[in-house]
Every structure is written in structure tokens, then in C-alpha cells.
Design a protein around this ligand. Structure first.
Ligand code: HEC
Length: 105
């Protein structure tokens, strides 16, 4: 048991890089603020777009403004997200940039 657990323990103690911390913080914010609509894996739902690769389609500023003022004209539309700081938005965008679509099998 121990020889198996030891590398796991060591790996979990390895300090996260600054980048990893940002992604992990962004993921937490995403799960709280975005996932209820966009899905825990950003996969989307009927009427709600997937956010995988969304950072390839929109600039950071465009995404910032959707979060601030809402998005879309038809129902369901995205409401402005309240009580989210500029720093939290930056972290969510950093997290979104790490999302990749499922590989084609
Ligand atoms: C209350 C539900 C809801 C929440 C919460 C929500 N969204 Fe949305 N979002 C939507 C809907 C609905 C749309 C589609 C609007 C349209 O274009 O008609 C959308 C669209 C978007 C788009 C544009 C995608 C595209 O392909 O056009 C982005 C980017 C986005 N959301 C990011 C976010 C982020 C980041 C968060 C969390 C900070 C978030 N959303 C939270 C419902 C939500």
C-alpha cells in the first residue's frame, strides 16, 4: 500500500505554479457562477451554448462585456452576472482558455 501511496502523496504536496493557481481559482468561480447554466464541463444545454473553445471565437473583452451586460436578444438570454469582480472575470477567462473539446474517437 505504502509504495503505491507515496508518489501520490508527494505529487499532491508539489506546489502549484502561479498559472495553475489561476486556473484552479477560475474553475471554482466558473462552477459557482457559470456552470448552473453552461454545465459543469461547459458543455452547454438546450438553448445555452457550450463554452468550450469560446475563447477562440470571442476576444477577452467581448467575453467580459457579455458577463457584465448579458448576452443575446432571444430567450433564453444570458443575464448580466452581478457581484463578480474584474479579477474573478479574468480568472474565469483564463480557465475557459484551458477547455478543449472532447477528442474525436
Ligand atoms: C442564467 C444562465 C447563465 C449564466 C449564469 C451564465 N450564462 Fe453565459 N449564456 C447564457 C445564455 C442563455 C447564452 C446564450 C445567449 C444568446 O446568445 O442568445 C449565454 C452565452 C454566453 C456566451 C456567448 C457564447 C456564444 O457562443 O455566443 C459566453 C462567452 C458566456 N455565456 C459566458 C458566460 C460566463 C463566463 C458565465 C459565468 C461568469 C456565464 N456565461 C453565466 C446563460 C448564462
Amino acid at each position: 500500500m505504502l509504495p503505491f501511496l507515496l508518489p501520490l502523496l508527494l505529487a499532491s504536496c508539489a506546489p502549484m505554479t502561479e498559472g495553475e493557481k489561476m486556473v484552479s481559482a477560475g474553475r471554482k468561480i466558473f462552477l459557482r457562477r457559470c456552470a448552473p447554466c453552461h454545465g459543469v464541463h461547459a458543455e452547454g444545454k438546450p438553448g445555452i451554448p457550450s463554452l468550450k473553445e469560446v475563447t477562440d471565437r470571442f476576444t477577452d473583452d467581448a467575453i467580459r462585456s457579455f458577463i457584465k451586460t448579458g448576452r443575446g436578444n432571444s430567450k433564453p438570454r444570458m443575464p448580466p452576472i452581478r457581484n463578480i469582480s474584474a479579477q474573478e472575470v479574468t480568472r474565469v477567462i483564463i480557465y475557459l482558455k484551458t477547455l478543449k473539446p472532447e477528442p474525436v474517437r
